[in-house]
Design a protein. Structure first.
Length: 652
């Protein structure tokens, strides 16, 4: 923050706005607040009114009332300059004034002011609703910022913590990965020699330590470390003494266990769910606690950092290590109920979130996202069972930034689907007549137009809307799209390209001119193995980018998904090995090829608690889903289909 504070001081002393913009540090990286500051520096190097106003706002306020007044004044100045046409309303957003000013105040007085943004306020409201409720003010930019500051100060006073320390505790990656609890500890723990007990303990939902040769019976019978040390014949701070004291007495329900292997690898993490108990019947590792394991995925930590060699170590104070481990393991959380609850409470969605759910390399996913942004129209094509619709939905969420159907619509094409169903056509009425009626595409375009108009009036970028067309090649595309074949092109999304629609509007007036708004995106899915469908015509191909999605059996992310769902190693190896072998045969077949391979989706959703019936589940998938498909592929060679099914089921 030193560089930032110097930039503030220089500008306050009459320095150039460009230098201030260069030194400005956004609380959330390069966001819209950074865009606002940069835009001011670019557009207003000689605007004395705005420079003077900003200089008056930058010193740390004497109280909250003064802070609120400054936010309102500077926001009004931004609004005035936008109205005069001096500023670009899409970049100069008054809503980001408190973000900029709070960042400046924090740089000068971090013990009184913290950087504010709406995301942090939302998280604070969710974690501390009672405190935030006491400080709720009028719902304005200034009011929300002051609610955030006052709530943090009260929490800091209640917990007797410095404000920066409190903020690190509340908003650190650790607090996001695991729900905050009072005095929650983070333990790095080894489960057996070379972590050889990890698989067993994971299946049983426990963590345990041994030391049966050194001490006997319940560890709670030793009331102090000194008594334990005497039993061990060691000092009270020896690693074995500390582990046998801390595991039953210091570790608490709700603490987090980070499982290690050696000094460079973490295997998973979980939350302690029971008190300590001594299980005499267990000849080895009789000292036990129940654990709800949340992740299972081996990861190497940074080269320069080493995990402790001891069996059990309290690493709560090593925030950097804990943050790194939890960030590594976050994508592999297993607790479904918690994950679904978190998703419901946190609907925001990014390309990073999509990468965690899709079995596709991050670079490939980025390229698909870029093509969608460039062309505005994308088709995901591939064999059956490769998750095309699932991926289309995730791409739509990543584009809209929200895990929601709010700005995402689905339609599915079929052989009898036409322009009248998709765009506009005459439909029967109850009285026996006909009337023009808009189809889903026209209605969704209307929503996109309305969003664009609202965004322009509010001075913000228009939010994207996404229409997903499932099985896009099942319909007669020229008949369905009509004049839209031209209008959906990315460079023809302006009003100058508007054309009259084939049918009049619902009110019976003259045919109006129509164009597709540039904030509407199309994602289609296409099954490459359906012989009954004609090839997609070149007119449509030229207007869409096409991404091919293949089976993911060889992807490490898919194999880890099977591990996370509890599949034993033998079944995971069977699925991966045999399906890859089958796909190699299909790919080499002159009448089939890559477009007819079998996708991974058939095996993505094994039943829960099926440990005693894995073979039955695998056989059912092969017999009732894959076998009929192979018989269709080799309809003129049934023996070949039977041979491949037999290879899939060998040993069952």
């Amino acid at each position: 923050m030193g560089t930032f504070k110097r930039a503030i001081d220089k500008f306050a002393d009459g320095g150039d706005l460009r230098a201030f913009a260069k030194g400005y540090q956004s609380p959330s990286g390069r966001g819209w607040d950074q865009t606002l500051v940069t835009h001011l520096a670019e557009r207003l190097p000689r605007d004395q009114d705005l420079a003077d106003q900003l200089r008056q706002c930058l010193p740390t306020p004497a109280n909250d009332d003064e802070a609120g007044g400054r936010i309102d004044q500077f926001g009004e100045m931004i609004e005035l300059k936008c109205g005069e046409g001096v500023l670009d309303r899409s970049k100069a957003l008054p809503a980001f004034v408190p973000v900029v000013l709070s960042a400046c105040w924090h740089a000068q007085d971090p013990h009184s002011w913290q950087p504010y943004n709406k995301t942090l306020l939302k998280r604070l409201r969710e974690s501390e609703p009672e405190v935030c409720g006491r400080h709720r003010t009028v719902d304005t930019d200034a009011g929300r910022c002051l609610q955030f500051q006052r709530s943090l100060r009260e929490l800091a006073d209640n917990r007797r913590m410095a404000l920066p320390e409190l903020v690190r505790e509340i908003f650190s990656p650790t607090s996001r990965a695991v729900p905050p609890q009072s005095k929650q500890r983070f333990w790095v723990m080894g489960l057996g020699e070379g972590a050889d007990r990890w698989e067993d303990f994971f299946e049983r939902g426990i963590a345990a330590i041994a030391y049966t040769d050194q001490v006997s019976g319940d560890l709670l019978r030793y009331p102090s470390k000194e008594k334990l040390a005497a039993a061990f014949g060691l000092g009270p701070n020896d690693a074995a003494t500390r582990a046998c004291h801390e595991f039953p007495r210091v570790m608490k329900t709700g603490d987090v266990i980070l499982v290690k292997k050696g000094v460079k690898e973490v295997l998973g993490h979980g939350v302690v769910t029971s008190d300590y108990r001594f299980e005499e019947q267990r000849l080895a590792f009789p000292h036990v606690r129940d654990v709800r394991w949340l992740s299972k995925a081996p990861h190497a930590i940074r080269v320069r950092r080493r995990l402790p060699r001891k069996t059990l170590t309290d690493k709560t104070s090593d925030e950097a290590l804990v943050d790194e481990i939890l960030e590594l393991l976050r994508p592999y959380r297993l607790d479904r109920d918690r994950r679904e609850k978190w998703r419901a409470e946190n609907p925001s969605y990014s390309l990073k979130d999509a990468a965690e759910e899709i079995f596709l390399g991050g670079g490939d996913l980025d390229r698909l996202h870029q093509q969608l942004a460039r062309k505005k129209n994308l088709v995901l094509q591939g064999p059956p069972g490769t998750g095309k619709t699932f991926m289309a939905q995730r791409l739509a969420w990543a584009l809209t930034g929200k895990r929601s159907r709010e700005r995402v619509e689905f339609v599915q094409f079929h052989q009898s689907y036409g322009y009248e169903d998709f765009v506009r056509g005459f439909r029967p009425t109850r009285d026996g007549g006909f009337e023009p009626r808009d189809g889903p595409f026209l209605e969704f375009c209307g929503e996109a137009h309305a969003e664009r108009e609202e965004a322009e009036s509010e001075g913000r970028p228009a939010k994207p809307l996404v229409l997903i067309i499932d099985e896009i090649n099942r319909g007669n595309l020229s008949r369905i799209f009509g004049e839209l074949l031209m209008l959906i092109e990315a460079d023809k999304r302006e009003e100058e390209w508007a054309v009259p629609l084939a049918y009049p509007p619902k009110d019976g007036g003259p045919a109006e001119k129509f164009h597709v708004p540039d904030n509407l995106y199309l994602i289609g899915t296409m099954n490459t193995a359906d012989r009954s469908l004609a090839l997609v015509d070149y007119a449509l191909r030229r207007r869409f980018a096409f991404g091919t999605i293949g089976p993911a059996f060889g992807e490490a992310k898919f194999q880890q998904h099977l591990v996370d769902r509890g599949l034993p190693d033998w079944l995971r190896d069977r699925i991966v090995g045999r399906l890859q072998e089958l796909n190699a045969v299909i790919e080499k077949d002159g009448d089939l090829g890559t477009g007819f391979r079998i996708g991974h989706s058939y095996f993505c959703d094994p039943p829960e608690d099926a440990a005693s019936a894995w073979s039955a589940w695998y056989r059912d998938v092969v017999d009732y889903e894959i076998k009929p498909l192979l018989e269709e592929y080799w309809f003129d060679g049934p023996d070949r289909a039977a041979e491949r099914v037999e290879a899939l089921l060998a040993g069952d």
